[in-house]
Design a protein around this ligand. Structure first.
Ligand code: XLS
Ligand code: NI
Ligand code: NI
Length: 438
């Protein structure tokens, strides 16, 4: 094992009273919650790009964290050092999954043949590292937004040549995902959107994106990929209008083009809030449509209008997330920390503190969500709230056996309805608080 993180031992569970910054306070992998171990509820994943790549570079300044890992950035030696460091990191935290974009793994070459050769070499190296561990890929994806060739989009580009390059990247990223045991494959439509309708044929672009996805499904299935494909909705950044704005929009798109059998959604907390929703809202919309596949576990800053990708610490949000996940019967994907340290948190220890915070926040959220469900008052209230539809005219509405004529006659005979009853929001919020802060 590499020893980049010298002096940092295996991170263990020490309980909420612990003051050891390198210990879990809530994440106790083998603890059983509602009949399942925490680590089964919470298949955590490391995001290759943020953890091993992002060095704090922003629009105003260069990197503040050194992620060279003793090598020259941009070389295959550096790419391999990232594997070594990444595996040491995952092992020390007990994380069993990772997520990657193709070019997070290797530096992209001028010639796609050389890039693919590098990907073969590096994925062999990862496979070797995986031996004797439980670590594998959660999902892979192709970066179809960084290179300038994608300035007009990838699946939505006006150029057939660029479209072919996008397809080639998806093909290769699928190969690598399957090779590394991936559970899923993600499409995040970074450049799939538009700036102005003066130069854009929206229908044409959406049809082409759907065709690319269809070809990905065909190819994936042909090489033995049995997992789910995911769309990761996001409303803004980088395009003004993103075609995959939010969960509801993405679901409509998938159904429109007959992709809904093979695709689910990967819901990112910060993307949902950028769309003007709560994280919980997009999870619920996905779940009720049978499309809650995987989660990008991060947190946004409500005072900022961009994807800040912070490590989650808001327990109210992680609780409501886990409430949705438990209600949905779990997810087939996992919890990928699409999150990065704040720019001044620039030491190797900070990488651990970020993950410890995130894993603890979701573990505590899981425990609290289970308590809300076991307590039963919130669910009972919701059931009671709609109980009028269990009999009489309400039942006929649910069964689809009434008509406007019959309902109008019913109303005429009633003359005036009774109050539908209080929504009791404050009462319910106080139940949640009393469980959160007991
Ligand atoms: C960007 C997205 C991206 C996807 C994978 O905002 O979150 O990181 O998760 O392409
Ligand atoms: Ni994001
Ligand atoms: Ni993401």
């Amino acid at each position: 094992m590499s020893d980049f993180f010298k002096g940092i031992e295996q991170v263990k569970y020490e309980g909420p009273k612990s003051t050891n910054p390198m210990a879990f306070k809530y994440y106790n992998a083998d603890e059983v919650v509602m009949g399942k171990k925490m680590k089964e509820h919470l298949p955590f994943a490391m995001a290759w790009w943020h953890n091993l790549g992002a060095n704090g570079v922003d629009m105003f300044g260069s990197g503040s964290a050194d992620k060279s890992f003793g090598q020259i950035v941009g070389t295959m030696e550096h790419a391999k050092a990232k594997v070594d460091v990444g595996f040491e990191f995952m092992k020390k935290l007990g994380i069993e999954y990772f997520c990657f974009h193709d070019i997070d793994l290797v530096p992209e070459a001028d010639d796609i043949n050389e890039t693919n050769r590098r990907l073969d070499e590096l994925s062999d190296y990862i496979l070797e590292k995986m031996k004797g561990t439980n670590i594998k890929c959660l999902w892979g994806t192709a970066n179809m937004f960084g290179n300038p060739r994608y300035m007009n989009g990838a699946g939505s580009t006006n150029s057939p040549d660029v479209y072919a390059f996008a397809a080639a990247q998806v093909k290769k990223a699928l190969d690598i995902t399957v090779k590394l045991g991936g559970r899923g494959y993600v499409f995040w439509g970074g450049r799939e959107g538009y700036e102005t309708l003066l130069n854009t044929d929206v229908k044409f672009e959406q049809e082409n994106i759907a065709s690319l996805m269809k070809m990905a499904v065909e190819y994936g299935r042909s090489i033995g990929f049995t997992g789910d494909f995911y769309i990761e909705p996001k409303p803004k950044e980088p395009m003004k209008h993103q075609y995959d704005f939010d969960a509801a929009t993405a679901i409509g798109f998938l159904r429109q083009y007959g992709l809904d059998k093979d695709f689910k959604l990967n819901i990112e907390a910060n993307h949902a809030t950028l769309a003007g929703h709560t994280f919980q809202h997009d999870l619920r919309i996905s779940a009720i449509n049978g499309m809650l596949g995987s989660i990008d576990a991060n947190q946004g800053d409500m005072l900022l209008g961009w994807d800040t990708d912070e490590f989650p610490f808001n327990i109210y949000d992680t609780t409501m997330c886990m409430y949705e996940v438990l209600k949905a019967g779990g997810i087939t994907g996992g919890f990928n920390f699409d999150a990065k340290n704040r720019r001044p948190s620039n030491t190797p220890e900070d990488m651990f503190y970020g993950y410890i915070l995130g894993m603890d926040s979701f573990a505590l959220g899981l425990k609290k969500a289970a308590q809300i469900i076991e307590d039963g008052r919130v669910d009972a209230f919701v059931k009671e709230r709609y109980s009028g539809f269990e009999s009489g005219i309400g039942k006929k509405v649910r069964e689809g056996t009434t008509s406007l004529v019959e309902l109008a006659e019913y109303a005429a005979q009633l003359k005036k309805p009774q109050s539908p009853g209080s929504g009791r929001q404050e009462y319910l919020e106080s139940i949640v608080n009393s469980i959160l802060f007991e």
